[in-house]
Design a protein around this ligand. Structure first.
Ligand code: SAM
Length: 269
């Protein structure tokens, strides 16, 4: 087994072959989508892309614990294939999460513009971790909620009081993409990676579907968002990506995060 809390520069085949079976609590997988956004996202045909996708799924599934959870990012179209494949493999479907990226892939006038991605949430069995209360989100109408906090709202004959931590998280996530966040005067800025995921989104997944000390795997880790989020939330991680440039960047970001947390701790104590 590879050592944990490390980011490896490895192709997913080699990376996964060195992970123990049934050792992973949560897998967060943000693979190539076949959109040609970078050299690593180009496939000869859709069939080639599906072969690649089914191959990493087949290699990954045995690594998940019986109580493990799996999140997979992709386009809605590709996710339809992935969903069917996972159901056939006996996994348990939990959610089709729509990520409203507050951004678009393209400016098409021949169809509606794509502004969403899909995150599939599956579990390996019916026994799994899910902390709905740890990922509550603020209510939309703060004024109405302020009032309801004091007096409650009459619902089916019962008085309902809002939860001070907000409402339960739905399967539609409104989170700006990194590309959108970085825009200056509406212009896209070149980033060190074509598609890094927002830290707060990965943190939401980790908070919901793992416990402190759990082991989280990401075999397409890019700039190391999963590693950083895991560290911040006191989870263990094991990450890999085949591109050295990204792995070096990810390791540096992780070191900076660790240093910052340690400095903050010293200031507090
Ligand atoms: C969608 S990006 C992941 C971005 C990441 N979630 C982040 O937040 O930065 C997909 C990653 O898969 C990596 N990749 C592509 N083919 C791979 C392979 N065969 N083995 C390992 N990594 C691969 C790419 O280098 C790329 O960084």
């Amino acid at each position: 087994m590879l050592a944990i809390n490390q980011i490896y520069c490895l192709d997913y085949r080699e990376f996964l072959s060195n992970i123990d079976e049934a050792s992973i609590d949560l897998a967060i997988i943000d693979p190539p989508y076949n959109l040609k956004v970078a050299e690593w996202d180009i496939f000869n045909s859709f069939d080639d892309f599906l072969d690649f996708t089914y191959d990493w799924i087949d290699r990954l599934l045995p690594k998940l614990k019986e109580t493990g959870s799996l999140y997979i990012f992709n386009t809605p179209f590709n996710s339809a294939y992935i969903l069917q494949y996972l159901v056939k493999k006996g996994l348990f479907f939990r959610n089709w999460i729509t990520w409203d990226k507050r951004d678009g892939f393209a400016a098409s006038k021949k169809k509606y513009n794509n502004a969403q991605e899909t995150i599939l949430f599956f579990t390996k069995s019916n026994i799994y971790t899910f902390h709905a209360d740890d990922i509550r989100i603020p209510y939309d109408s703060q004024e109405r909620i302020k009032h309801a906090m004091q007096k409650g709202i009459l619902k089916n004959g019962k008085r309902w009081f809002p939860n001070p931590n907000g409402k339960l998280c739905t399967d539609v996530w409104h989170i700006s993409s990194e590309r959108h966040k970085q825009k200056q005067n509406g212009k896209t800025i070149k980033m060190p990676h074509a598609t890094p995921k927002p830290l707060e989104m990965i943190q939401r997944i980790i908070k919901a579907s793992s416990n402190e000390g759990d082991l989280i795997l990401d075999c397409f880790s890019g700039l190391g968002t999963t590693a950083i989020a895991s560290y911040l939330l006191k989870r263990n991680f094991i990450c890999g990506d085949k591109n050295l440039e990204y792995v070096e960047y990810a390791k540096e970001s992780l070191q900076k995060t660790i240093k910052l947390c340690q400095t903050n701790l010293e200031i507090i104590s």
